[in-house]
Design a binder for this molecule. Structure first.
Ligand code: Z5A
Length: 206
C-alpha cells in the first residue's frame, strides 16, 4: 500500500534537545487537528525495548558489528510493524532518532564504513526515507551539560567520539540538504522552537 502520512525524524548528539522539541511538535500538530504519533529508536516496541536494554546497559564487551546489527534489528521491526502502518493510515510519525543516528554514531563516530552502513540502513528500512529530518546541532560540551551525569554505555565513549559524531551529522546535512535541516540548538528552548515551528508548518501545510 502507498505511503500517505509524513515521516519526520529528530536527530543530533546526546543532550541536543531533540526530545524536548519533538514533544513541542506533537502539541503543535494536535492543536491543529493533525493526527500524529511519537516514537523513538532504539526501543519503541516490546522487542526493541529488549534490544535497547542490551545496547545501552550491557556491561560486557559489545563488538562493533554486533552493535550495528542490534540497532538495525530494532529499526527493521520498528519500520515494518509500526512506522509504515502508521504512515499508511495517514498519520504524521515523529521519530526520535532513525537511520542518520547509525551513520553518525556507528559510521563517523566509531569509524565504521559509511557506505556499507548506508546500504544496511536501506535493507533495514526497506527503502523508507524520512520526509524531513531536523538536526539539532550543539557543541559536545553543551550536549553533555544538558544530558546530565548518568552516562550510559554509549555515552561513556568520550568527547572525541561525540565530536566525530557531530561532524558526521553535519556532513550528512550537506549531502542531503533537501531532507536534513540543521537547527542551531545552542539557543534557548523557545528560540529553537521558533525555527522548528516554521519548518513543521511548511511541511505540514499549516
Ligand atoms: N544510537 C546509535 O548509536 N545508533 C543508532 O542507530 C541509534 C541510536 C538509533 C540513545 O540514547 C543512544 O543510542 C544515543 C545514540 C545511540 N546515545 N548515545 N551515546 P537515548 O535514547 O537514551 O538518548 P538520546 O536520544 O541520546 O538523548 P535524550 O536523552 O533523548 O536527550 P535529547 O533528546 O538530546 O535532549 P532532551 O531530552 O530534549 O534535553 C536534554 C535536557 O536539556 C533536558 O533537561 C531539557 O530540558 C534540556 N534542554 C533541551 N533543550 C534545551 C535548550 N535549548 N536550552 C537549554 N536546555 C535545554
Amino acid at each position: 500500500m502507498a505511503k500517505k502520512g509524513l515521516f519526520i525524524t529528530f536527530e543530533g548528539i546526546d543532550g541536543c534537545g531533540k526530545t524536548t522539541q519533538l514533544e513541542n511538535v506533537r502539541k503543535l500538530l494536535e492543536e491543529n487537528g493533525i493526527e500524529c504519533v511519537t516514537t523513538r529508536e532504539p526501543g519503541a516496541l516490546k522487542l526493541g525495548s529488549q534490544i535497547r536494554e542490551i545496547l545501552l546497559h550491557y556491561d560486557g564487551v559489545v563488538a562493533d558489528n554486533c552493535e550495528i546489527f542490534l540497532f538495525l534489528a530494532d529499526r527493521s521491526q520498528h519500520v515494518e510493524t509500526f512506522i509504515k502502518p502508521m504512515l499508511t493510515e495517514g498519520k504524521v510519525v515523529l521519530c526520535d532518532r532513525h537511520t542518520d543516528s547509525t551513520i553518525a554514531y556507528q559510521g563517523y563516530g566509531r569509524g565504521g564504513d559509511v557506505q556499507k552502513l548506508t546500504e544496511l540502513n536501506k535493507i533495514a528500512t526497506n527503502g523508507l526515507v524520512p520526509d524531513l529530518t531536523l538536526l539539532f546541532d550543539v557543541s559536545v560540551e553543551t550536549g553533555h551539560e544538558r544530558a546530565g551525569k548518568d552516562l550510559d554505555r554509549l555515552e561513556l565513549a568520550g568527547k572525541e567520539f561525540f565530536e566525530r559524531t557531530r561532524q558526521g551529522y553535519l556532513t550528512l546535512s550537506r549531502q542531503y540538504p533537501e531532507r536534513i535541516k540543521v537547527i542551531n540548538a545552542e539557543k534557548s528552548k523557545e528560540s529553537v522552537y521558533n525555527d522548528v515551528k516554521s519548518l513543521i508548518m511548511e511541511i505540514a501545510g499549516l
